[in-house]
Ligand binder design. Sequence first.
Ligand SMILES: [Zn+2]
Length: 136
Amino acid sequence: MPRPRRCRKVGLKPNIDYFKPAGRRITELEEVILTVSEFESIRLKDLMDLDQGIAAKKMGISQSTFHRSIVSARKKLADAIINGKAIKIKGGKFKLVDMPLRTFECIVCKTNWEVPFGTGRPSNCPKCKSKNIYRK
Ligand SMILES: [Zn+2]
């Protein structure tokens, strides 16, 4: 019996959930289906440049599950771009969580990190402990 899939946490619902090559009718197109958790893994890792461990934790899944999700997402996006397919974002098990974050940067070592709203301003850099930090 397959293990039940854990519900993934997603911080941002896709604004646009359908992309298609210009100048082609939808009826002529093949579609790739990107799940919302695949969408989220691309957003966290490839767009926000988060460390894989942090991204997995945000989504409430293991690093290996996260890795499978992002590999699958990249493959689907590549398939769509190379083979001229439409991309539909839907489905998968996910829970939308409110994850507004503030990004801080350390002036000394240039480390960037995120802190959820409502947890107070961090007093120093998590890496070098410098107090020379600012909100981006
Ligand atoms: Zn630092």
